[in-house]
Write a protein that binds this ligand. Structure first.
Ligand SMILES: Nc1ncnc2c1ncn2[C@@H]1O[C@H](COP(=O)(O)OP(=O)(O)O)[C@@H](O)[C@H]1O
Ligand code: SF4
Ligand SMILES: [Mg+2]
Length: 433
């Protein structure tokens, strides 16, 4: 089997199911947030900058105290002298730090690369789980697909139309088919509107129903999500968290969408309620032939609901496969670490399990590490990992991963010879970062 680059010229995205076009095709999507220009001292000269600030603080304090003595304003009382000295040191520190920044720093444009070149197919009728640590870009990706956040570049094909190219007014019409369910069901519902108004609002916006027809449709939607139609006139605060999420789901379903981004829909709920909401979403998907992008940082939830799982790290998809392969045979060290953090209910298996503990936090998406973005935390990293940026390639049938230390010939990183990076040979599109 040949490695197939997703970023090379041959194919940007995993192949769709034979004969069936994907509902959503994302191509090289980027979402960058420009935080403006700031003066900064780069990493190599940071030590020098700190040195200048500290030495400057002592020298400055000495000059201020000397001037105070010369001008005869130096306090007599010992405590007042200590206070004077501390204040003088603080002022000198601020001045010398500003001076160090001025002479050693340079103007740097700070750009958050929240989504940095994602290519992905979402197949009709599937639940594609998107998992990754907090801050890796899941929400931004989900919102960008719906153009609730404007992409910086890339394409988002929905039924063959590139949403990224549509004018705002045409996009508004398309929104009927593309809905979102939010994490916090309370914050996302207007507290001054009744349930009937909340669920009925999209019906009016898209001119789908009015008057009695609207009321009947709202009642139907409430029953569909397991809420009694008797609650029509109630306000969000009169409901529990799980019930509020059901209202959010009913509102998203009101316009008969084809695709729903469910952004951490269960994270704010009690564990006992989470399974109910996941089962509800799954039932509705089957009944109404919906397609979901299900976002969660919780791998257990993702494994439970997803047909395929995409693992995201610092703005990139690093592994993509069906749910079973991801949970039973993860290829990427990052995915292995996420899986190993999920407790197993059987105490015997749990006791024998090997844990991969990730050191430190996710690096800042402003200064993403060179080469493989995961190399700063990866227990399998070798020197070349900090130089070469791996591409997402097919390692096993329909199982894609972005790691230069594995290859279709040797997909198990634990069996790769120490220091070897066989993937380099099979990843022709791997580029110097
Ligand atoms: N509007 C914004 N302006 C600047 N940075 C943002 C904005 N929205 C998100 N980010 C940054 O983009 C990165 C990804 O955020 P997000 O998509 O919310 O991650 P996740 O959903 O995986 O937790 C984070 O570093 C976040 O701080
Ligand atoms: S390329 Fe290197 S750093 Fe990245 S996941 Fe593979 S082994 Fe780890
Ligand atoms: Mg999020």
């Amino acid at each position: 089997m040949n490695a197939q680059s997703l970023d090379g010229a041959q194919s940007q995205v995993p192949p769709p199911i034979a004969g069936e076009a994907p509902l959503i095709r994302i191509k090289d999507l980027k979402v960058y947030f420009d935080l403006g220009v700031r003066r900064e001292i780069d990493q190599d000269r940071r030590g020098l900058g700190i040195g200048v600030s500290i030495i400057g603080s002592f020298v400055g304090r000495f000059i201020i105290v000397w001037l105070a003595v010369v001008l005869d304003v130096y306090p007599v009382n010992i405590w007042a002298r200590i206070l004077f000295s501390v204040i003088a040191f603080g002022i000198a520190f601020l001045i010398s730090s500003a001076f160090a920044l001025l002479i050693l720093g340079q103007r740097i444009r700070r750009v958050v690369k929240a989504v940095d070149g994602v290519s992905l197919d979402i197949r009709r009728g599937e639940t594609l789980g998107l998992v990754g640590e907090s801050g890796c870009g899941k929400t931004t990706l989900g919102r960008a697909v719906l153009r609730l956040t404007e992409p910086t570049s890339g394409q988002i094909f929905f039924r063959g139309t590139d949403l990224a190219q549509l004018s705002n007014s045409v996009m508004r019409e398309q929104r009927r088919h593309l809905q979102i369910i939010f994490q916090d069901p309370y914050a996302s519902l207007n507290p001054r509107m009744t349930v009937s108004q909340i669920i009925g609002e999209p019906l009016e916006t898209f001119h789908l129903a009015r008057g009695l027809a609207k009321k009947k449709r709202v009642q139907e939607l409430m029953e569909m999500v397991g809420l009694s139609a008797r609650f029509l006139k109630r306000y969000p605060h009169e409901f529990s968290g799980g019930q509020r999420q059901r209202i959010g789901i009913a509102r998203a379903l009101a316009v008969d969408p084809a695709f729903i981004v469910a952004d951490e829909p269960i994270s704010a709920l009690d564990v006992s309620i989470q399974a109910q909401i996941m089962n509800l979403l799954d039932r509705l998907r089957r009944q109404k032939n919906l397609t979901y992008l299900f976002i969660s940082h919780d791998l257990r939830a993702i494994q439970h609901v997803s047909d395929r799982v995409a693992v995201m790290y610092l703005g990139k998809i690093v592994e993509l496969a069906d749910g079973k392969s991801i949970s039973q045979n993860p290829l990427m060290p990052y995915t292995k670490a996420l899986i190993s953090a999920v407790p197993v209910p059987d105490p015997k298996i749990e006791a024998k399990r090997r844990r991969i503990v990730l050191e430190g936090d996710v690096p800042s998406p402003i200064n993403t590490p060179r080469g493989c973005r995961f190399h700063t935390r990866c227990p399998y990293a070798v020197e070349v990992c900090s130089e070469i940026e791996p591409q997402l390639v097919q390692i096993k049938p329909n199982h894609f991963a972005a790691c230069i230390r594995i290859s279709p010939a040797e997909p198990d990183i634990d069996r790769v010879a120490p220091g070897a990076a066989p993937g380099l040979r099979d990843h022709p599109a791997s580029a110097r970062a």
